[in-house]
Design a protein around this ligand. Sequence first.
Ligand code: ZN
Length: 272
Amino acid sequence: MPGYSIITAGDIKYISFDCLAATGMVNHAFTTRLGGVSRGPYHSLNLAFHVGDSPGAVLENRRRACRAVGAGLEDLVCGQQVHGDRVHVVTEVHRGMGARSYAGGIPETDALVTGRPGLLLASFYADCVPVIILDPVRRAAGLVHAGWKGTLLRIAEAALKTMGRAFGSRPGDCLAAIAPAVGPCCYEIDRPVVDAMTERGFDPARYVRPAGPGRWRLDLPGLNRDILVGAGLDLRNISVAGLCTSCSPDLFFSYRGQSGRCGRMASLIVLR
Ligand SMILES: [Zn+2]
């Protein structure tokens, strides 16, 4: 069971996870590239300012995406993502940060968590692993941007720990969804990444397959799933989309598939 649906809302199409939607506590989305106004490599629903797209197009795309989850551009909160492991607790004072520019986002943070209804968290992706977390007991939510660096820093676990401190969240109560990312079919890595896995205490044999001399393919979504389980989540409470962004250029932007010049999809979540 993939555990997700593709929803059409106005012009755009996005992915909705059944486990999160069933709680009735949040509106959430992982956007596709469909339904926006951007052109060229950003066609069409590019939601990030920092990739070279027209800012006016990004604003219109963001308005459409916000509307799809019942919020406004002024409710949006974004971080400046740096492939680190910093987690930011978002409160009312952050409302609107990064909504209209990259520079206005919360500095140097790859994970956002909140317990405040009406604040729309957003983070941006083209291949990296999006993890969406909901604690339906303490009513808190989080977004995690996990590329290989953040994954090896266990940023998903860091987000759960921050939710524990800030909201009293227990991992065993939490639901998680892993949205589309570059899959084990396409994500080629070299020796330094394999070595970094070992240094960080992961067993590469569980997550990589040979892909030629000095090359391997890594299951980054699977690694994040196991990090969530290691942090105390019940495997049955983790939904993995299993869609590869590089394999589906019609649906998704892919940094690797488009040679680095592309738009960004977004994870969005807002507590009701
Ligand atoms: Zn693939």
